[in-house]
Structure formats: C-alpha cells, structure tokens
Design a protein around this ligand. Structure first.
Ligand code: NOJ
Length: 551
C-alpha cells in the first residue's frame, strides 16, 4: 500500500471520485417557476447523500439569457435570479459539505453571453476601442463590409460571424462566435480577459467551491495574428491539426492560461481541482491534465465505444495507461447534458449515427429500452470498478431514457434551430427529473416544468423506485455503497478468458473483480464472493448484457 495515494479528504479526493452532474435548471424547483433552482438542490441533499456520490458538478447557474442552456454567461460572479442568490449558493455549499459532498462548478471561458456588461460596452463603443478588443470584432469584406470576414462556421451551424449595428445606427463590424450568436468569443490575447478569469476563480474558490469543469478548454486562444482569420467549415476532430498549430483549437499557447490558473488553485488548501472539457487528439490530452495545469481532462472515448467489447477494452487500456504515464487519473463518462442518455443509446443499433440520424427520425426511433437499460447498468458497473473517477449525469440513476418526442415548438437547444437539416437537439436529456408519481411536474416543483415531461416518466420517478429492491435507483445506491468501501490503489489487471473474448474481466489490487458479459450466452462466474450484479443471474451464471462484482 506504500504508493497508495488516494485518501478521502486529501488533495487527491477527485482522483477516484464519483461525480454527479446536476443540470440546475432541470434538477429540482423549489419556487415553482418551472425552472430548477439552488433551493431545490438544497432540498435534495439527503437524496444525494443517500445515493453515495463524492461530489456534484453544477452546469452553469450564472445569470444568462439561456440562449445555450446557461453556457451563455452574462455575469461570471453571480447567480441567475431565476435560480437563486449568492446566499442560496453559500447555503447549498454548506449543506453539501456538511454531508461530505464536494462541489465542482462550470467555468465557461471561451465565450460570454451577449448580455455580459463587457459585450454591451463593446456594442456601444467605437471600432478599435479597448472595449471591442475584449472580444473578436472584425470588419466585413465587400464594398460596405456586408460580406462576413471569413467562411468560418459555428459549431452549432451555420456561420460563426454576426454583424452588429454601430451606435450611430449604421451596419457595422462583425464578431466571432464559435457557438450561438448570443455567445461572443473572448479575445484571450487581451490581458484584461485573463485577469478577469483569475478573479472569477478566486471568487468561487473563496466561497468554498472545490473544483471547476472547464468548458471547451481547448478553444480560447485562436490564430488571429497579422490579420489571419480561421476559415474552418467542420468541427470534426479529424480535421483538427494535432501539433498545437491548429487555427482554433488546442493551440500550444492555451497552456500558459492553465498554468496561471493552477497558481490560483494552489493558493487554496486543499488545492482546487479542475477537469478540462478538451476534445483533442488523445496524445494532446496530457498537458491539460498535468499537475501544472488543470489536473484532469475528460476522456469521452466511452461515448464512442458502444456495446463492443473490443472497443471498450481498447478505450480502457489506452486511457488508463495515458493517465498513469501522466500522473493523473482518467474520467469515465457515459452520459452528460450534451449527449443522448446512454440507456437509450444502448437500445439502438450499434452503428447509429446519433447526430445525423436521431434528429430527423426521433419520432419513429426504434429503441429496445430493456436492452438499453440492461447494457447501461452493466457498463456503468464495469466503469465504476476501474481506476479513475466516474461522472454520472442526473437521472441516469433512475434509468431514465431520452425523451425523444419533444415537439419542435417546445425545444430550447440552439443546435436544433441553427441546424434544421439535422434536427438534432440536446433537450431530450435535459428534461426535469421525475421525483414523484404525481403533481404538476412529478415532484420537480410545484409549478410545472420548463421542458415537457413525457407520461412514462412516472414509472421512472424516485417515488416509484425508492425502496424497490429491483429498481435502478436501488442498484446505483448499492453499487456506490460497495464501491466506497473498495476504492484502492489505482492499478488494475485484465483477466483474459482465452476461449471467450466477449467477456471483459479485470481485477483491482485488493481482489475486487468486475466481469461483464458482452456475448449472448451466459458465462460462469469466477471464484469469489458475489457482491452485486446488474441483472439477476441465469442459473447461477452471468447472462448477456450484465456485469457482476466479486471479491
Ligand atoms: C460544451 C457544453 O457542454 C455545451 O453544453 C455547450 O453548448 C458548449 N460547450 C458551448 O459552451
């Protein structure tokens, strides 16, 4: 045990933590306006405690016009009045800390919301002014500047440039936004921008926040030197340069920023942690996760592995090796607020192109929900047994399926509106949680819900599952409880089943074993005390789509 560094309560608490993502607007609504709030979270602290998580990560709760679900931040050092107040925030931190749950908040440094005082000042200020220099304003092309400065497209489609009206009423300059037009990109070459984010990090750290999830951490610095403007049409990783010289993403210079953030994190005791949302080539992840910078970087590879044992095995091996080589720990992610819930993904054919297919076909999607849920539970159980931290997304502990049939007029996601040819929306995983079997929003709050809940949510409610031995909720509670007692040194070894490669079986150094059956025939369990299974055994064997833990 000499090299065993994981100690609860220490600086390293995050290395093998179970982090539960709360999407605040859809978790619990205390004031009855149909939008979740901090008081709602406070009211559910006993639930979170009973679930057995180590930390929560809160998606943005800052003042926002909600052009992108709160990722358009108008004030980085405040709470949206619809969600609560700074006093509520302090109470929430105290309530969570009191039961041993840490708090990670989202930081959105690539862009603000267009209601941010700086952007409003920029709109009022003349071309070339210091206020405009905090963002990326450029003249248009053409005789009257009417043609956008470059062909750069937005991640949400179509263009990344929006033209403003100058204070004198004439059509004016254009500003760059990699996401929605309400999300102007900051100019990270401007020292004021850099300083302001350090101030924000200190502001929340002083209030007791334990860590940060850094939104699009690989963007920030762009190649804008000597009048150059990016022309990129696709956001696919395959077109991103992998040597630090890409026009938009993962430029080498971005690491100076995170080095300066680390100095701030280390001003605190224990040092604040951070995890980068950095969609970069695998070999470029290490610096983000280094101890000089953010400390951890999301590994989203499991999202692309499907129910394919070869891919899963590969993703596990590659990421655990990379994390170990780099002195950090990896993250396991199956769901979040941006992707189709994994209980639904695993119920669709493995080769489904979720982005292109799902949008247009969502009303007649054929989902095998029972298979989806079985595979979701099996995969979750396997990942919880691996070294590294696991990020859970609210509602997955209820086995929630994606809400596929939200009518277009009730959609909120800018991706849905800006890319009509795909019709892809992230709203289906952001529907307010069902807490009870009845009430205007199934216990989410006393006043309805900002996205419609489908009728079948009743059966997934906490009330329907609480205490029911076979429920998904009780399964999560049991698994997390067992895991808490077993977390150990961050190593693992695969147990190879030479005659059945459809089995993924590994051991941790303390004898903890996890075995998953990706094949169709039941398999014999290894020797040991059976701790938990994701499905009942079949004649004493582990059936298809199931995982078991033994010791
Ligand atoms: C990633 C976030 O997870 C997503 O929800 C958001 O739309 C973009 N970044 C832009 O902030």
């Amino acid at each position: 045990m000499s090299e065993f560094t994981f100690l609860k309560g220490s600086e390293d608490w995050w290395r093998q933590a179970v982090v539960y993502q709360i999407y605040p607007r859809s978790f619990a609504d205390a004031n009855g306006d149909g939008i979740g709030d901090l008081k709602g979270i406070i009211s559910r602290v006993p639930y979170l405690k009973q679930l057995g998580i180590d930390a929560v990560w809160l998606s943005p709760f800052y003042p926002s016009a909600l052009a992108d679900g709160g990722y358009d931040v108008d004030d980085y050092r405040n709470v949206d009045p619809k969600i609560g107040t700074l006093e509520d925030f302090d109470q929430m931190i105290d309530a969570l800390h009191a039961v041993g749950i840490r708090v990670i908040v989202d930081i959105v440094p690539n862009h603000s919301g267009d209601g941010h005082v700086w952007f409003q000042e920029a709109l009022r200020s003349p071309k070339g002014s210091p206020a405009r220099d905090r963002y990326i304003f450029r003249d248009g092309k053409g005789q009257n500047g009417e043609i956008r400065p470059s062909e750069l497209s937005s991640h949400f489609g179509p263009t990344a440039w929006t033209r403003i009206t100058e204070p004198d009423g004439t059509p004016g300059q254009w500003y760059m936004h990699l996401f929605a037009s309400e999300q102007p990109d900051f100019n990270w070459d401007n020292p004021e921008v850099r300083e302001d984010f350090l101030k924000t990090l200190r502001f929340w750290s002083d209030r007791g926040v334990d860590g940060y999830r850094v939104d699009v951490a690989h963007a920030l610095v762009k190649n804008l030197k000597d009048g150059h403007l990016p022309e990129r049409q696709s956001y696919d990783l395959s077109v991103m340069k992998n040597d630090g010289t890409d026009d938009l993403f993962d430029r080498d210079e971005v690491h100076e920023i995170y080095k300066s953030w680390r100095k701030v994190f280390n001003e605190y005791q224990p040092a604040r942690m951070a995890v980068a949302e950095a969609w970069v080539h695998a070999h470029r992840r290490p610096p983000y996760a280094s101890t000089d910078e953010l400390g951890q970087s999301f590994n989203f590879d499991m999202l692309g592995a499907g129910w394919d044992v070869t891919k899963v095995r590969d993703v596990v091996k590659v990421n655990l090796k990379a994390a170990a080589d780099n002195g950090t720990s990896t993250t396991w992610v199956l769901s979040n607020h941006d992707v189709i819930r994994h209980a639904t993904r695993f119920g669709m054919p493995d080769d489904t192109d979720f982005f292109r297919w799902y949008g247009k076909n969502r009303f007649n999607a054929k989902v095998d929900e029972a298979q989806g849920l079985a595979r979701a539970k099996a995969m979750t159980l396997a990942l919880l047994a691996l070294p590294g931290s696991t990020y859970l997304y609210q509602g997955e502990e209820l086995g929630l399926q994606e809400h596929l049939t939200i009518p277009a007029e009730q959609m909120q996601d800018p991706q849905f509106f800006r890319n009509p040819e795909f019709g892809f929306s992230r709203d289906g995983c952001r529907v307010p949680l069902p807490w009870s079997r009845s009430g205007s929003s199934l216990g989410f709050g006393p006043g309805g819900s900002h996205l419609p809940q489908p009728a079948w949510y009743v059966d997934y409610s906490v009330e329907a599952q609480d205490g029911a031995a076979a429920s998904t909720l009780e399964f999560y509670r049991k698994a997390l409880g067992i895991r808490a007692g077993l977390v150990c040194e961050e190593t693992w070894s695969e147990v190879k089943h030479l005659f059945n490669r459809q089995v993924f079986h590994f051991k941790r150094p303390n004898g903890w074993q996890s075995i998953t059956n990706f094949g169709s025939k039941p398999v014999k369990l290894p020797k040991g005390e059976l701790l938990i299974t994701s499905q009942p055994l079949v004649d004493g064997r582990l059936g298809a789509n199931a995982t078991a833990w033994l010791k």
